[in-house]
Design a protein around this ligand. Structure first.
Ligand SMILES: Cc1cc2nc3c(=O)[nH]c(=O)nc-3n(C[C@H](O)[C@H](O)[C@H](O)COP(=O)(O)OP(=O)(O)OC[C@H]3O[C@@H](n4cnc5c(N)ncnc54)[C@H](O)[C@@H]3O)c2cc1C
Length: 384
């Protein structure tokens, strides 16, 4: 078994070093293997510390032609594609976009998790180890995410929305668009076919030799209708998340009295998807990382994720962390100008917005990824 354990440093120099060390040639050859040379950049891209455009520029500066590293640039573009869909469809991405979920058990109500997943007892060693890493370290290789989502939905018949919420809870790179839309891609609610994997495929990409598992079947058997949930996947546990974050060891402002001391003419607002320490570095103003309780009630995250994100925020000079919804926050500063970076989760903030750094400004997310790529590649596959 070769699933590596990955560390995610939070200081900006180490993060930039990680971009510099991307090997796009090795990436193209090995990325599907769990030990492959993937970049491990997603937690920083998701949190807005760096952008896909930063990564594109650095990687392009090291090659003669963009076409030599098309695969890597195309993967970066997937991220931008999902973001464009989110902007286009809004909250509809949290519901089945095109089709109802085809393979779903009718005997379950409420939010649940298959017990075999919850207790790391799927019997598929790569998945059991992968789930352990996900819960303790906050990262899972793309292929393992796909295997798990397929087992949860297409084989087990559990609701994709519960799976998305649970996986997002644990991921350092948790991103509402990439996560919810990838789950929809796997279970066919926003794609034309359902994704299946079997044990042979898992053994190949994970270096395991498992036999006789619930996925040790042909694709025809796994996709047989009607859905027949394997015995090992029949039991389930209630899916529950703690509602309030644990801010242990971090100074967080929560009440109005403390807030009013912070006022200034300009208030520069950082958010869950925008923690770039380089942003408006010359601008004078109070820098606030505003964490809205109402958002985390809907989309909770684990302590591992909280610790990571709060550590990233410490890289922003003079940042203050405030735990309060925007309207209440705003009411404390009637004379201030709020400035932030554009993002769907802050569309209700009455603030000036600077744009996100996109790789493609022209391409929209109408149609498939490959339609998007056709247009976007005209800007992405260009070496300045
Ligand atoms: C069920 C499921 C849930 C997912 N949830 C998330 C999520 O919450 N947040 C998230 O960032 N990614 C998510 N992904 C996409 C993908 O798994 C991760 O972006 C990738 O594994 C991150 O590791 P990396 O940085 O080493 O990626 P690399 O393979 O090195 O890719 C480089 C960068 O390209 C982008 N990228 C690569 N593949 C994808 C993809 N399929 N979709 C979108 N962007 C991609 C990422 O920004 C990534 O950092 C999900 C995929 C699946 C199948």
């Amino acid at each position: 078994m070769k699933i590596p354990s990955i560390q995610f440093p939070t200081d900006f120099a180490s993060i930039w070093q990680r971009i510099e060390s991307v090997d796009p040639y090795k990436y193209a050859k090995t990325r599907n293997f769990v030990w492959g040379s993937v970049s491990y950049l997603s937690p920083y891209i998701s949190r807005g510390v760096i952008s896909v455009e930063d990564v594109r520029k650095v990687v392009l500066s090291k090659v003669d032609s963009p076409w030599e590293i098309e695969k890597f640039l195309q993967e970066l573009a997937w991220r931008e594609y999902w973001q464009r869909i989110w902007l286009d469809k809004g909250d509809a991405i949290f519901t089945s976009l095109r089709n109802e979920q085809e393979r779903i058990r009718k005997d379950i109500s409420g939010s649940v998790i298959p017990s075999a997943v919850n207790q790391l007892e799927t019997g598929i060693s790569a998945l059991d180890i992968g789930i352990n890493h996900l819960q303790n370290e906050g990262y899972m290789h793309n292929h393992l995410r796909m295997y798990l989502a397929s087992l949860w939905t297409n084989v087990g018949g559990y609701d994709w929305k519960d799976g998305a919420k649970w996986m997002h809870y644990h991921l350092l790179d948790g991103d509402l668009a990439s996560n919810w839309l990838s789950w929809q891609w796997v279970c066919g609610t926003n794609s034309s076919k359902l994704y299946y994997c079997n044990q042979e495929n898992i053994n190949k990409y994970c270096g395991t030799k498992d036999e006789g598992t619930i996925l040790d079947s042909s694709y025809e058997e796994l996709s047989m209708s009607p859905l027949k949930t394997p015995n090992l996947m029949k039991d389930f546990d209630l899916l529950e998340f703690p509602e309030t974050p644990n801010f242990r060891g971090v100074e967080v402002i929560r009440n109005r009295e403390e807030l009013t001391d912070l006022g200034s003419e300009n208030i520069l607002l950082y958010h869950w998807y925008h923690l770039d320490p380089r942003w408006m570095a010359e601008e004078v103003g109070t820098r606030i990382f505003l964490i809205e309780p109402s958002y985390f009630k809907k989309f909770p995250v684990s302590d591992v994720v909280w610790n990571f994100v709060l550590a990233l925020a410490q890289e922003i000079p003079n940042i203050r962390i405030v735990y309060c919804d925007f309207q209440e926050f705003k009411s404390c500063f009637p004379a201030s100008i709020f400035i932030t970076r554009e993002h769907p989760i802050v569309s209700h903030w009455e603030a000036q917005r600077s744009p996100r750094p996109w790789m493609s400004l022209q391409a929209t997310a109408a149609g498939s990824f490959f339609n998007f790529w056709k247009k976007a590649s005209r800007e992405i596959m260009v070496k300045e």
